[in-house]
Design a protein around this ligand. Structure first.
Ligand code: AHG
Ligand code: MN
Ligand code: MN
Ligand code: MN
Length: 336
C-alpha cells in the first residue's frame, strides 16, 4: 500500500552504527567511509559522460595498471578519511606506502582499503566495488604500519560496497551479524535492507566461481575439486564476474564457492590480504561460511589467522559455504 512507500523511521547506516557502538569516533569514521562510497558511486555512474574510462598511466605496487577511476576513487577515500580526524594510518591498494595522517588531524583508527575493486570491469560498466577493514592503533602507538600488520582477529569492523544494478554496502562489526544497506539515491543515504545475512542453510545454489583460465597452473586437489563440481550428480553452474565484491556478494546470497587459489605461477595467490582477504574473510565467516587459504605454505589455513608481512602481502582465497569448501578440503585429504 502507498502509505508504506515512505518510511518515516528509516534505519540508515549512520543510525545503525550509532545504535551498535558507544564509540563516537567510529560513528565519524563510518560516516566518512559512507560519504566516500557515495562519491565513488557518482563517479562510477557518470564514468562515461565524465570521460573517466581508461588508464591513468601508472602501475601500482602489486603490478596492476591503474585506471583513472582507481585513482579518483582512491583520492575520494583518502580525502574523506584524512579529514575525518579519526584516522592515524591508511593503507590503500593504490598507494605503495602507507599514509600517516599528520598530527593535527590524526586519530585512533587505521584503515586498509581497496578503493575500487574489479577495475578491469570499469570500461564496460560491469559491477565494481570498494572493500575496507578497520583497526585501532595499539596502546602506546602513534600510528605505524605495525598497527595494521596483525591478523584478522584485530579487525574491528569490515565492509564492502557493490556498485551494481543497485549500490549496496555489506557491513559487520567484529563478532557480530552481517547487515546489508542499499543506497537510496532519493535521500542519499544507505538504508538497512538485509538483516543478519547468512549463507543459505542447505548450501544454496551449486555455483563455483574462479578464473578457470588459470586452471593449468592449479594444484591437483583444486583441479579435482572443480572437476567434481562439474561432473557430480547435481552439476554446478560457473559464474565469475571478475570483481571480487560482486562474486563474493553473490556467493553469500545464493550460495556456492569462490576460489582464487595459490598456483605454480602465483604461489601466494593474487588477492591482497589486508584490503581484500581479511575483510572478506571476516564477513564470510560471520555469515556462516568458511574463508580458507587452501594449501598455502605447506598447510591449510584460515585467512583470518594470517599475519601480513607487508601491507600489500597477498593470500590465496577459497571462500564459500561449508558444503562446497568441504569438497576442496576432501580433495586435499585424499591427496595426503
Ligand atoms: P582490483 O581491481 O581491486 O585490482 O582487484 C582485482 C581482483 C578482484 O577484484 C578479482 O576478483 C580478481 O582480481 C580478478 O582477477 P582475474 O582478472 O585474474 O580473474
Ligand atoms: Mn588493482
Ligand atoms: Mn580488488
Ligand atoms: Mn582495486
Amino acid at each position: 500500500d502507498t502509505q508504506n512507500q515512505f518510511d518515516a523511521d528509516a534505519l540508515t547506516l549512520n543510525r545503525f552504527v550509532m545504535a551498535n557502538t558507544h564509540d563516537h569516533d567510529l560513528v565519524i569514521l563510518m560516516n566518512a567511509i559512507a560519504t566516500s562510497c557515495k562519491l565513488i558511486t557518482s563517479a562510477v555512474q557518470r564514468a562515461g559522460v565524465a570521460k573517466l574510462y581508461g588508464l591513468a598511466g601508472e602501475v601500482n605496487s602489486t603490478g596492476d595498471d591503474q585506471k583513472k577511476l582507481d585513482v579518483l576513487s582512491n583520492d575520494m577515500m583518502i580525502n574523506a578519511l584524512v579529514n575525518s580526524g579519526v584516522c592515524a594510518v591508511l593503507v590503500s591498494e593504490e598507494n605503495e606506502e602507507p599514509i600517516i595522517v599528520p598530527p593535527g588531524r590524526s586519530g585512533k583508527f587505521c584503515v586498509a582499503f581497496d578503493p575500487l575493486d574489479g577495475s578491469s570491469n570499469i570500461d564496460c560498466n560491469v559491477s565494481v566495488g570498494t572493500i575496507f577493514s578497520v583497526y585501532e592503533r595499539r596502546p602506546g602507538s602513534n600510528g605505524t604500519v605495525e598497527d595494521l600488520l596483525r591478523n584478522g582477529g584485530s579487525c574491528l569492523c569490515a565492509g564492502y560496497v557493490a556498485y551494481s544494478s543497485a549500490v549496496e554496502m555489506v557491513f559487520t562489526f567484529k563478532g557480530g551479524d552481517v547487515h546489508g544497506f542499499c543506497l537510496d539515491s532519493t535521500i542519499g543515504e544507505f538504508v538497512h535492507t538485509r538483516n543478519k545475512m547468512v549463507f543459505p542453510e542447505d548450501g544454496g545454489k551449486r555455483i563455483y566461481s574462479a578464473n578457470e583460465g588459470n586452471s593449468i597452473h592449479w594444484d591437483q586437489p583444486i583441479k579435482d575439486a572443480v572437476e567434481l563440481f562439474k561432473s557430480g550428480e547435481k552439476a554446478y553452474a560457473a559464474r565469475y564476474v571478475g570483481s571480487m565484491v560482486a562474486d563474493i556478494h553473490r556467493t553469500i546470497l545464493y550460495g556456492g564457492i569462490y576460489l582464487y587459489p595459490a598456483d605454480n605461477k602465483s604461489p601466494k595467490g593474487k588477492l591482497r590480504l589486508l584490503y581484500e582477504g581479511i575483510p572478506m574473510a571476516m564477513i564470510i565467516e560471520q555469515a556462516g561460511g568458511i574463508a580458507s587459504t587452501g594449501m598455502f605454505e605447506g598447510k591449510i589455513q584460515s585467512v583470518i589467522d594470517l599475519v601480513p608481512d607487508a601491507i600489500h602481502a597477498k593470500c590465496p582465497i577459497i571462500m564459500g559455504g561449508k558444503r562446497d569448501v568441504q569438497v576442496v578440503y576432501d580433495q586435499y585429504k585424499k591427496a595426503g
